[in-house]
Design a protein around this ligand. Structure first.
Ligand SMILES: [Zn+2]
Length: 435
């Protein structure tokens, strides 16, 4: 799969412009009333502050968003766009390995065009909900071209599955070949994603770590997702044994007798500030390991709810200062691909968590996990103009988060690198913006 270098010059905004609204949230702790952003012709923020402080405002075209909040674009740090059209196809109320069997079965006759459509729908609904950066997992690589055709910012993780240590080398060789023709740019990064400790050998995990260091790419993995996984690693028993036997994957397996995070730490995988997806079942000891290794955790709140897991330990992770970003996971275990919906869900389920912290999980924490916190996740001069505009009915809120997290709030405008990617009310057209 070789792709050429794509440029987005034909899509770029070629003029500087102003966005103004009742509220501007530059970062989760910094709310400005009657705020405005001046966006330069390179798609970056030149000014963020009060509208009245832009001296030469008349020189620029202005989009007046009225009673809305301009906020940093949301970051979805874990999803599988390939599965968007699996919504409500799979029952998650039973055991997790049954969900996996249903998923494999549902996908087995999908054509390439069905995958393409699924990915396209996923990108569209992400942009509609204010997501400006998406971290997608691909199994078959089809997502690459679809994502490249969109101006959304993306980190595409290539998923690695091979439980046989004898062929770990071949898997890495294939991966290297796959990525050799990909040209990354400001909007596209790639990474390596060993799937989970029940589908990837310890040898292959180590090779994934090595290649991430060699190629300077991010690593992530599903970990500590289910109690079944904990049982499989600690005692070599449980539902995963039957599943893997059915797929003839268990031939060379000796269970390590360690819990999931301790296992990854023991094999040396946690060296690279990697991104740990789920972490639903952790011991205090493992939380300490995550803290020490500076790994990032991605919490997928509504997917967690879908599988009826026990309470997530994220408040304890928060207390230890561990970076916790948000993901939607796929629509095979969720109802929308909206990080705004995830934040609202946390606000309702965990009223003790400060709203600005929740907003940080949906923005800055994702940027930190991607090691891009110097250019996305906040609206300061020099940052990319990755922006969501949230509209809410009650405009006299005493706290902006009451509006953002209210039931009726919605994203009405999404901008990536200064380019308008979604405009619900055609506000830009009504402002004569595109003339
Ligand atoms: Zn996942």
């Amino acid at each position: 799969m070789r792709i050429g270098t794509l440029t987005f010059s034909d899509k770029s905004i070629t003029t500087m412009y102003i966005l103004k609204s009742k509220y501007l949230l530059k970062d989760p702790d910094n709310v400005i009333e009657n705020g405005a952003l001046l966006i330069n012709d390179g798609g970056k923020i030149k000014f963020a502050g009060q509208f009245k402080d832009i001296d030469d405002a008349d020189s620029y075209k202005t989009i007046d968003l009225g009673n809305s909040a301009i906020v940093p674009g949301l970051i979805n740090t874990h999803t599988h766009l390939e599965l968007t059209n699996m919504h409500k196809c799979i029952n998650g109320k039973g055991i997790f390995t049954d969900w996996i069997r249903q998923l494999i079965d549902a996908k087995k006759d999908w054509s390439e065009s069905e995958y393409t459509l699924s990915i396209r729908d996923g990108i569209e609904s992400s942009l509609k909900s204010g997501t400006t950066t998406i971290v997608d997992i691909t199994r078959n690589g089809i997502a690459l071209n679809e994502l490249l055709a969109s101006n959304i910012r993306k980190l595409l993780f290539f998923e690695i599955i091979n439980f046989d240590p004898d062929t770990a080398e071949d898997t890495i060789k294939d991966f290297k070949e796959l990525i050799s023709g990909i040209s990354t740019d400001d909007l596209l990064s790639i990474g390596i994603f060993p799937h989970a400790p029940y589908t990837v050998s310890d040898k292959l995990y180590r090779k994934c770590r090595d290649i991430s260091e060699e190629c300077n790419i991010r690593t992530a993995t599903h970990i500590a997702e289910t109690e079944d996984e904990v049982e499989f690693l600690t005692s070599g028993a449980g539902h995963f044994v039957a599943l893997l036997n059915d797929f003839k994957m268990l031939n060379r397996w000796n269970h390590p007798g360690l819990s999931p995070i301790n296992y990854l730490n023991n094999i040396g995988f946690l060296n690279n500030e990697c991104i740990l997806i789920h972490c639903n079942y952790l011991t205090e000891d493992e939380i300490g390991v995550i803290e020490k290794s500076k790994s990032n955790v991605v919490f997928c709140p509504r997917s967690h709810e879908f599988f009826r897991h026990k309470d997530h330990p994220f408040p304890s992770l928060k207390d230890r200062g561990i970076n916790i970003a948000l993901g939607t996971d796929s629509l095979a275990s969720n109802d929308t691909l909206s990080i705004l919906d995830e934040m609202k869900f946390i606000r309702n389920s965990y009223p003790e968590i400060e709203p600005n912290y929740i907003f940080k999980m949906g923005t800055i924490a994702g940027a930190v996990a991607l090691q891009m916190d110097d250019c996305i996740g906040q609206l300061h001069p020099g940052y990319y103009a990755d922006i969501a505009v949230i509209e809410f009915q009650d405009t006299d809120v005493s706290n902006i988060y009451d509006g953002i997290f209210s039931q009726d709030s919605e994203c009405v405008l999404t901008i990536v690198s200064g380019e308008i990617c979604y405009d619900k009310f055609e506000i830009s057209r009504k402002n004569n913006f595109k003339e």
